[in-house]
Design a binder for this molecule. Structure first.
Ligand SMILES: [Zn+2]
Length: 294
């Protein structure tokens, strides 16, 4: 197989996996890879990514003009082009709508809490790129602002995008984001998340160097929002409270502004039967007062 044939086969396989895992519905999602300095290979529009064949793929230049292929490239290609322009180290881009991660993108909740060591070490944080109408330069610009510092982004009210040096690594990052989102949902349903301490996050960041994990930017110092003067992200914002000597920190509200879950025995309210009856009676009487006279 030539290098191009291998990439065609890989894109078809990744499309099949995206569809199988329900990361896309209908004709959603798109995948691309650099072929050389002038050309990239990408998925066509209006085709289910679960049922592609290698000949369906399209070759374009880095301005998005079609060079070869019977079909047209995805209308979401501008987002991919923005990534390739910004990140010389990236050779592949995967975009999908995995439902749990996309739920976070719809709720406006970034995946930026230091919860899983593996995610902190590899992706760091997964922020939300501001909403842009799909298929427009507006969305590409939103991606552009964050992609310098991140290998994975949520797209507000839309989906997620992951990038890497290589098609499979980019795809695996999409799996990691969705898996992380699922775990986060379960922890939040259970009512609490124990966060990794800032000190533990710093230790994990050092592991990046030890294991040769390529990260596009360092984790931001505590309290920094990661956005520099030009509006671009320069580091990865991660919620990790300082707790010298501790690896985990308990009971931080899962949603900004929400109350922390009560610590056992501290803020629990106990009422006697008499007190409870009085409260209920009072509520019933007030309702009765509001009723129109017969
Ligand atoms: Zn999309």
């Amino acid at each position: 197989m030539t290098a191009e044939e291998t990439r065609r086969a890989d894109i078809v396989e990744i499309g099949r996996r995206l569809h199988q895992r329900a990361y896309v519905a209908s004709n959603d999602g798109n995948i691309s890879v650099r072929l050389d300095a002038e050309r990239l290979l990408t998925t066509p529009k209006s085709v289910s990514k679960g049922f592609m064949t290698p000949d369906m793929l399209v070759i374009t230049d880095y301005a998005g003009r079609k060079l070869a292929g019977e079909r047209d490239p995805s209308s979401e290609l501008p987002m991919h082009l923005a990534v390739y322009r910004r990140r010389a180290d990236v050779t592949a881009v995967v975009h999908a709508h995995p439902p749990v991660a996309t739920g976070f993108a719809v709720a406006g909740i970034p995946l930026d809490r230091a919860v899983l060591a593996e995610v902190v070490t590899t992706l760091g944080s997964i922020p939300i790129a501001e909403y842009g109408t799909p298929s427009t330069q507006e969305l590409a610009d939103a991606v552009d602002r964050h992609i310098a510092a991140h290998d994975g982004l949520l797209l507000a009210n839309h989906g997620a995008i992951t990038v890497a040096d290589g098609l499979l690594p980019a795809y695996y990052k999409m799996e990691t984001i969705e898996h992380f989102a699922r775990i986060s949902v379960v922890a939040r349903i259970l009512g609490r998340e124990r966060l990794l301490s800032r000190e533990e996050v710093n230790r994990l960041q050092e592991l990046r160097g030890t294991y040769g994990i390529a990260a596009p930017a360092p984790i931001c110092p505590e309290g920094s929002d990661g956005i520099v003067a030009g509006g671009d992200a320069a580091c990865q914002t991660l919620e990790a409270p300082s707790a010298p000597g501790a690896r985990l920190v308990d009971d931080v509200p899962a949603v900004p502004g929400a109350a922390a879950p009560p610590a056992h025995g501290e803020t629990e309210i106990r009422l006697t039967y008499r007190e409870l009856t009085a409260i209920v009676e009072d509520a019933v009487n007030r309702l009765r007062d509001r009723e129109p006279a017969p």
